[in-house]
Design a protein around this ligand. Structure first.
Ligand code: ADP
Length: 332
């Protein structure tokens, strides 16, 4: 059975750019309001926090928030992810090593296999697990009691979870894309930590190109800092950010090469659509899940594609973005 030390192997190094408390965590106001109440109440009752599901596209701060919750509760957090939990024994070892109120964070929780998922049903509801010991005719199931703990699961969409698993979460928190002003705040905070002097319009331009996503904002900021260093400047100006965007081929809507390829494929090969997601994924040679969870949410949000019963279509805005004439198609 692995010790705590072993569990910590699952933990990625925490970059210092991560906010440490709910008050430092920018945006997601609705989520923070709900959490503040739940955390305060759990502390007064001296109970572990109810199980929490965090749902939303990658890079919106789910992992960061899980660490903030653990800090606010004053508890340990252990990190793992759905696809690496292969056997029931793995999860039994992890769960039985948790102390009262500890937090287990499972990223990509929708990718756990069925056998592992089933162990969680009784673990989450009754803090008990049944594990098989022995093999063949001598195999038997033994029941192991667990200390009350909190599971925080992260997934790109809550609908990807089976309903028995989803129903065991006391709170399902859906993340929203960040506004430009919130991203400016995140960028400026990171500049403070990284000791970068940044002009307001430079921070705003990075925010505008970040697809509502802090992870992208911070990545673009780091690349812009590289350009600043190479040019021998000590202030990050709008000019330098524009240069960075040109180098990275990120256009004024924040679209990268892959996004543009998706839109152009729908327009040029499928005559604007409708085209099914599976067909589109195989034409582009990407996984359906990547298309659906990583690229599509932003293209939908920007109104560049739309979902119809027969598949995805490119909107007039997408045509305009590439300077193509839009032709109305019948039957849509
Ligand atoms: P997810 O788990 O949803 O994929 P992460 O928690 O890994 O996203 O966040 C990606 C990056 O964005 C992290 O480096 C984190 O520092 C930063 N970040 C995310 N949300 C916020 C926020 N609300 N305030 C400040 N930084 C944030």
């Amino acid at each position: 059975m692995p010790s705590k030390k072993r569990l910590e192997d699952h933990e990625p190094a925490l970059p210092d750019l991560r906010p440490q408390s709910l008050s430092e965590y920018i945006g997601q106001e609705e989520i923070k309001k709900k959490l503040q109440i739940a955390i305060a109440a759990a502390k007064i009752r001296n109970e572990p926090l109810d199980h929490i599901l965090l749902a939303g596209p990658p890079g919106l701060g789910k992992t960061t928030l899980a660490f903030v919750i653990a800090k606010e509760m004053g508890k340990n957090i252990y990190v793992t992810s759905g696809p690496i939990l292969e056997r029931q024994g793995d999860i039994a070892a992890i769960l039985s090593a948790l102390d009262f109120g500890d937090i287990l964070f499972i990223d990509e929780i929708h990718r756990m296999n069925k056998a592992v998922e089933e162990i969680f049903y009784s673990a989450l509801e009754d803090y008990k697990i049944d594990i098989m010991v022995g093999k063949g005719p001598t195999a038997r199931s033994i029941r192991v009691g667990l200390k009350p703990f909190t599971l925080i699961g992260a997934t790109t969409r809550s609908g990807l979870l089976s309903s028995p698993l989803r129903n065991r979460f006391g709170m399902i928190l859906e993340f929203q894309f960040y506004s430009e002003n919130e991203l400016v705040e995140i960028i400026k905070r990171a500049c403070g930590i990284m000791k970068i002097k940044v002009e307001d319009d430079a921070a705003y331009l990075i925010a505008k190109r970040s697809r509502g996503t802090p992870r992208i904002a911070l990545r673009l900021l780091k690349r812009a800092r590289d350009v600043m260093t190479i040019k021998g400047k000590d202030v990050l100006s709008k000019d330098l950010v524009e240069k960075t965007m040109d180098i990275l081929e990120i256009d004024e809507l924040g679209l990268d090469e892959m996004d543009r390829k998706i839109l152009k494929t729908i327009i040029e090969i499928y005559d604007g659509g409708p085209v099914g997601l599976e067909v589109l994924a195989s034409t582009l040679n990407v996984e359906v899940d990547t298309l659906k969870e990583v690229h599509e949410p932003y293209l939908l949000r920007m109104g560049l594609i739309a979902r119809t019963l027969r598949g995805r279509i490119a909107t007039p805005l997408a045509y305009k973005h590439f300077g193509y004439p839009y032709k109305l198609r019948g039957g849509l």
